[in-house]
Design a binder for this molecule. Structure first.
Ligand SMILES: Nc1ncnc2c1ncn2[C@@H]1O[C@H](COP(=O)(O)OP(=O)(O)O)[C@@H](O)[C@H]1O
Ligand SMILES: [Mg+2]
Length: 322
């Protein structure tokens, strides 16, 4: 298998100036590396505030990276400028969490879904564009006649279908889905997930699927990356991660999910206490140490490196492997 996207040491700090003297640096994403294989769905999971959206927006160059590399089809996205960047961007799309905020309320569906065509394929005629938009709407389960309507005329699930149509209209290879179902009712969630799986098969898409929901990620991902406070703490194939979670944070996330799986029921529950610390002021050593039941002096002093403990199974914890 070949990696479509390789992230190496991807880092994004936000500098926030408060007055003349005070400056806060939020280490939202801090040295994240992982691969996304072509045709796979790679999951990215972690509590709110762990840096998942920032990572997505940095990879797509919607935020300027602080450092690192994002190699897409052999090209480092972080070094591209101007027209080169636009050309590569056509191969990548994103669907955001909130279907109410992500669609321009004063535009018709035709203009929302057709906008990427105007940017990336400006020489198309109105008729060519119109027929592509109508066909794409039907592919995501809407009606061709919906081109005339406005976002407020649709339900949350239908709006997410519009956002998916907009992302796919220029036939990208790679889609980042940032909590695409988190704002939807459970029954609607399942329909959108199934649509995404169908579209993946039909168009041969590669997904980076972001969520805080372990059940969703288990259902959809081939491989899972777990983030905590800007860092990758564990990375493994989905089955391996659910059968043998090694990082105390991953185990805590899995403990919080109700399960019928007997292999997981027998496992000792590990509960997450308190809230994650402020990413502008993370604890020294392991960032999870302030909430970890296993933490000792070493953990509070030295940051654990991400090491491979089994083929394809990586973990950053002083208490695992070695
Ligand atoms: N534009 C921004 N400016 C300053 N801080 C930000 C910005 N965007 C996100 N952050 C901070 O970065 C951290 C990670 O946020 P985010 O990437 O949204 O996490 P997640 O998507 O995992 O919930 C949070 O502490 C958040 O407050
Ligand atoms: Mg987010």
């Amino acid at each position: 298998m070949t990696a479509l996207l390789s992230l190496r040491d991807v880092t994004k700090y936000f500098e926030i100036k408060r007055g003349v003297f005070e400056r806060r640096v939020v280490k939202a994403v801090d040295g994240v590396s992982f691969d996304v294989e072509e045709g796979q769905t790679v999951g990215l999971v972690g509590e709110s505030g762990s840096g998942k959206s920032t990572l997505a927006l940095t990879v797509l160059r919607l935020y300027e990276p602080t450092r690192g590399q994002a190699i897409f089809e052999g090209v480092n996205l972080f070094e591209l400028k101007g027209r080169e960047l636009t050309r590569v961007r056509r191969k990548m799309g994103i669907v955001f969490q909130d279907p109410y905020l992500s669609l321009n309320p004063v535009k018709r569906v035709r203009d929302i879904v057709g906008l990427p065509l105007k940017v990336h394929m400006p020489s198309l005629s109105f008729e060519e564009r119109e027929s592509m938009i109508r066909e794409m709407l039907e592919q995501v389960g809407l009606r061709a006649a919906d081109v005339e309507r406005f976002p407020h005329e649709f339900s949350g699930g239908q709006r997410q279908r519009i956002a998916i149509a907009r992302a796919l209209i220029v036939k990208p290879k790679f889609l980042i889905l940032d909590e695409p179902t988190s704002a939807l009712d459970l029954s609607v969630q399942a329909k959108i997930l199934n649509l995404l799986l169908d579209l993946q098969r039909e168009f041969g898409l590669t997904y980076l699927f972001i969520t805080h929901d372990m059940n969703v990620i288990k259902h959809i991902s081939d491989r899972i990356n777990v983030m905590y406070l800007g860092k990758l703490v564990e990375s493994a194939d989905t089955e391996e991660l659910f059968e043998r979670p090694l990082h105390p944070y991953t185990r805590a996330l899995l403990s919080s999910v109700p399960t019928l799986d007997p292999r997981q029921r027998g496992r000792k529950k590990m509960l997450l206490r308190g809230d994650p610390p402020d990413p502008a002021n993370p604890p020294p050593g392991c960032r999870f140490s302030s909430r970890c039941p296993l933490a000792d002096d070493l953990c509070r002093r030295e940051e654990p490196p991400l090491v491979q403990v089994e083929p394809g199974h990586w973990v950053a914890c002083h208490k695992v492997g070695g």
